[in-house]
Write a protein of this length. Structure first.
Length: 449
């Protein structure tokens, strides 16, 4: 644990991996084996957060030792006379703990812990923090709108290909899921390549095994949703997404990134009721409920595992790469289940009723599939799983608005009540988000993984 100078100042585990993950054990972990700090050997309670690397090494560091390490680095940097070497030492520190190089002797007391954000008392820092909060808020709005567009494209395209029974343009939902995900993987990998992303140089790059496990769950989840999209009415109601806010809230609580609270429960109830009432259908949802519920359970475990490996930094290129890594195995899941459940669908590919129409739609839903996954990663990276859950009913609200504007549907009292409930939840959560971020309270649960 003794800090080193130069390149050795970085905090690493026994295998040399950077220690950047701040997490606590899941609800089902830590009951049979006690954990001790690898720095001071003191026991770490299973309810406490600890620091780890991103490679699942058997190595944990308590918060006291973590703080002690970076305090030593600050003291070491304060004693260095060479400005270049001093800057090198400071740049090795986490950004949220890094003092200004123009402010010797870098007194640790001037720099509160990571959860307090930047040094207090500076008007410029406060202004910068306020600007950052607003930027994040507007980024989330843009991402939510982009997610709605990609979800609409994927759902409508899949339903157009799968509906019609024996006269459907595409023979099997699992097979379509496989084709769409392989196409999405190609798109994501191509974009990551064009951005010159190099996984070998990225310390947070997701390993192939972890991406494959998440991808397998993602493939099962989307294949089940594709079965629901065979029904035109289910697609028009967006049945696939009705339970998603609840699923994402549960994922956040299980992962420890969203704290259970009365506000969270009330918001989830308002969002679920709002989503249900805003939909243009009702009882028909019960027909597809078994598939949606099963997919929802898979979604919960998929997100809990994803948050253990999702890159915290690196921008969009690393997320494009991760999405591409996931989609190869998810596509293979679709192909495998299609072969086992309906192997004749492969022969039917040679006799499609309208191959040109299929060739136009499949690339569109492949792109939408990749974009949708990327946006979900970015929203969770910028905020939390529950924030992503809040974005989901925008799909139903947008569809309702379009149907009213195009005179394809009537606006009912239940629709208005649903929009109102959803609006209340949005306002409450947006106000809480802005207040927590502006006050320096870390509302970003993802950073605690």
């Amino acid at each position: 644990m003794e800090p080193a100078h130069g390149n050795g100042v970085e905090l690493v585990c026994k295998q040399g991996h950077p220690v950047t993950k701040y997490k606590k054990l899941r609800a089902w972990q830590g009951h049979t084996k006690d954990r001790a700090c690898s720095g001071c050997a003191q026991p770490i309670d299973r309810k406490d957060f600890r620091w780890r690397c991103n490679h699942h090494c058997d190595w944990d560091l308590c918060e006291v030792c973590y703080d002690r390490h970076w305090t030593r680095v600050i003291h070491s940097a304060a004693k260095v006379q060479d400005p270049a070497l001093r800057l090198e030492l400071l740049e090795a520190m986490p950004e949220e703990r890094r003092p200004s190089p123009d402010d010797p002797p870098f007194s640790p007391s001037k720099h509160p812990p990571r959860q307090g954000g930047a040094a207090a008392g500076s008007a410029g820092a406060a202004s910068e923090a306020s600007s950052s909060v607003k930027s994040t808020f507007f980024l989330l709005i843009v991402l939510a709108c982009a997610w709605v567009a990609s979800a609409m494209c994927y759902s409508s395209g899949a339903t157009k290909l799968l509906s019609g029974g024996d006269k459907a343009l595409f023979p099997d939902p699992w097979l379509l899921s496989g084709v769409a995900h392989i196409g999405g993987a190609i798109v994501c990998k191509a974009i990551a390549y064009l951005t010159k992303y190099d996984a070998e140089q990225d310390k947070e790059a997701v390993d192939t095994m972890s991406a494959s496990v998440v991808g397998l769950m993602y493939g099962l989840e989307n294949g089940l949703y594709a079965k629901v999209l065979c029904d035109v009415a289910a697609e028009s109601r967006h049945d696939v997404y009705v339970l998603r806010p609840l699923v994402l809230a549960a994922s956040g609580v299980l992962a420890g990134t969203n704290k259970p609270s009365a506000r969270l429960v009330v918001s989830v109830v308002c969002v679920l009721l709002g989503s249900w009432l805003t939909s243009t259908g009702g009882a028909g949802f019960l027909t597809s409920f078994p598939w949606i519920a099963l997919a929802g359970w898979i979604t919960i475990f998929r997100w809990v595992f994803t948050l253990n490996v999702l890159p915290r930094h690196g921008g969009l290129p690393s997320l494009w790469c991760f999405a591409g890594q996931m989609m190869w195995p998810s596509g293979l899941v679709g192909f495998e289940i299609a072969f086992m459940s309906n192997h004749g669908s492969y022969r039917q590919l040679l006799h499609l009723p309208n191959p040109l129409e299929v060739l136009k739609i499949v690339p569109a839903i492949a792109l939408a599939c990749g974009l949708q996954l990327l946006i979900e990663f970015r929203v969770v990276q910028a905020s939390s799983l529950w924030t992503l859950g809040l974005c989901i009913p925008l799909l139903q609200v947008s569809t309702l608005g379009l149907s009213v504007v195009t005179s394809e549907g009537d606006l009912t009292l239940s629709n208005l009540l649903g929009v109102a409930l959803y609006g209340v939840a949005l306002v409450v959560e947006a106000a809480a988000f802005l207040k927590e971020r502006a006050s320096g309270t870390d509302a970003n649960g993802y950073l605690k993984l």
